[in-house]
Design a protein around this ligand. Structure first.
Ligand SMILES: Nc1ncnc2c1ncn2[C@@H]1O[C@H](COP(=O)(O)OP(=O)(O)OP(=O)(O)O)[C@@H](O)[C@H]1O
Ligand SMILES: [Mg+2]
Length: 471
């Protein structure tokens, strides 16, 4: 089986062609052989019948002992010209006989068209025979007449024919296999060209694509699909590259700060209190770095499906309210109010849901006009409000400057910030908050959305109903 798998396509096709040719040759050969055999039997029957009529006619008119020689003459004439024919006549009277004894004939078969078979010692093929009973006339008693024809020449002809057919079949099959192999190799040449092109692809020439020119339609479709996959891979590769650069960039700033502060602190002797200040400031930078690393780890685990959800059915309004309480200090500081609209129950992992809500509300507080109202809209997709079996929509709306459409489509990308240069209230943002919301929505089988116009920005996510809510 393994050796079969190792065969090339050309070899497999050649083997299949050969098998098909062998079957066709066998079928055609067997049919031809059968037709010839039937024709021979028919011919022998007609031949015997003619001769039998001829001899039987002369026996029938013979009514006197003296006239029996006429029959014998006719028989002599018939058999001397053609030694392959034998004739026997038997009656109770020895004067009306031809041959020393009656022939031992096997019972006739349908296949032989009613002809009997007689095996004689001088031939390795049987004689085919016909017999007739001729009633008594005058002096002559009833006579049984047999006529036989040697089938040896026919059997020999049939044998040579069968041999020729087998030889033709073997040579034909071998020829078909060779031709099939050659045809398959010629037919597969475009595939070889394609494989040659594919071998030149490498990460150093990511934009290179397979050229579909001069290719048959089947391979054109394959090339298109392959080029599509290359497009996606290139996009993913570029994103990954950009992501790496972003990570390096984001970590470089706190690292530079840490080094700078430490070098300044070490440049001359310091009081313990001054050193404590430096350490405190370093600790803040380190915490920020830990935040970035933790967020990245979370995103990578979510990407790999490495996060198990602990889903429970809860009223979302309560969860949003609890998250709001947690951010109360921030809301108060910005003079903002939080309002929850609508009710909805959903199967969620509460800690992940709160993390997503914290990120959304944090953004709303950061990017909304101070003193404005933040609205969280909860809407259930199904008819029954609390059956927990339908999807829900969670949207956070706030007032503030609108986000342009070109940015809106990218705000869920990792490290993407609309205004990267601007720092809000001295805090540093890394552009990972909404990526985490997107990952959490995806873990719940949902999708994120965002819209912004007339100074109102809405960002949120849908949660798909779990496949088996009771599980
Ligand atoms: N409610 C909002 N109103 C206006 N702009 C928003 C809003 N939410 C997000 N954005 C824009 O989308 C960008 C990405 O948001 P995201 O939460 O991913 O990053 P961040 O808030 O900048 O940093 P982080 O959340 O990591 O502290 C933000 O930088 C901001 O420009
Ligand atoms: Mg944010």
């Amino acid at each position: 089986m393994n050796r079969l798998r190792e065969l090339s396509i050309a070899q497999r096709l050649a083997a299949m062609f050969a098998l098909a040719a062998l079957l066709v040759f066998a079928l055609v050969g067997t049919t031809l052989y059968k037709v010839l055999e039937t024709q021979i039997v028919r011919y022998q029957h007609a031949e015997l019948e003619t001769k039998l009529r001829y001899v039987a006619g002369s026996v029938a008119v013979c009514d006197l002992r003296e006239r029996w020689y006429k029959v014998q003459d006719k028989v002599e004439n018939l058999t001397s010209s053609d030694r392959s024919t034998k004739i026997w006549a038997w009656s109770d009277d020895a004067g009306f006989r031809i041959g020393a004894q009656t022939p031992k004939i096997e019972a006739p078969t349908k296949r032989d068209r009613g002809m009997g078979r007689l095996w004689l010692s001088d031939s390795d093929a049987p004689y085919r025979t016909l017999e007739e009973w001729i009633p008594a006339r005058g002096e002559r008693p009833p006579v049984r007449l047999w006529i036989g024809i040697d089938s040896q020449p026919y059997v020999a002809a049939l044998r040579s024919f069968a041999l020729a057919l087998v030889a033709l079949g073997v040579v034909g099959t071998a020829l078909v296999a060779l031709l099939g192999h050659w045809i398959a190799r010629v037919g597969l040449r475009p595939l070889q060209r394609l494989s040659g092109q594919a071998q030149t692809l490498s990460p150093s020439n990511l934009s290179q694509r397979l050229q579909p020119t001069d290719l048959p339609p089947e391979l054109c479709r394959l090339t298109d699909a392959f080029n599509g996959a290359l497009d996606r891979l290139e996009a993913a590769y570029v994103r990954l590259d950009a992501f790496n650069a972003d990570v390096a960039h984001e970590l470089r700033t706190p690292l530079t700060n840490l080094m700078g502060q430490t070098q300044v602190a070490l440049s001359r002797p310091r009081e313990a209190a001054q050193l404590e200040d430096v350490l405190q400031s370093n600790l803040e930078e380190l915490e920020r770095m830990r935040g970035i690393v933790n967020d990245m780890l979370f995103l990578s685990r979510a990407d790999q499906g490495d996060i198990a959800l602990d889903r429970v059915c809860v009223p979302l309004a309560e969860e949003v309210a609890k998250t709001g309480e947690f951010l109360e200090y921030l809301l108060e500081e910005a003079g903002m109010r939080l309002r929850i609209e609508g009710v909805a129950d959903a199967w969620i992992d509460t800690s992940l849901f709160r993390r997503a809500m914290t990120n959304l509300l944090h953004n709303a507080v950061q990017y909304a006009t101070p003193g404005s109202e933040i609205v969280v809209e909860l809407r259930e997709a199904g008819e029954a409000p609390s059956d927990c079996g339908s999807g829900v929509r969670v949207a956070v709306r706030n007032q503030g400057s609108s986000v342009d459409a070109e940015h809106l489509v990218r705000i869920f990308d990792r490290f993407y910030r609309v205004d990267a240069a601007r720092e809000h209230r001295g805090e540093r943002h890394h552009g990972l908050g909404l990526s985490i919301v997107k990952a959490i929505a995806a873990l719940h089988g949902g999708k994120v959305f965002a819209s912004s116009d007339d100074g109102a920005t809405t960002v949120g996510f849908n949660l798909a109903p779990p496949r088996n809510a009771a599980a």
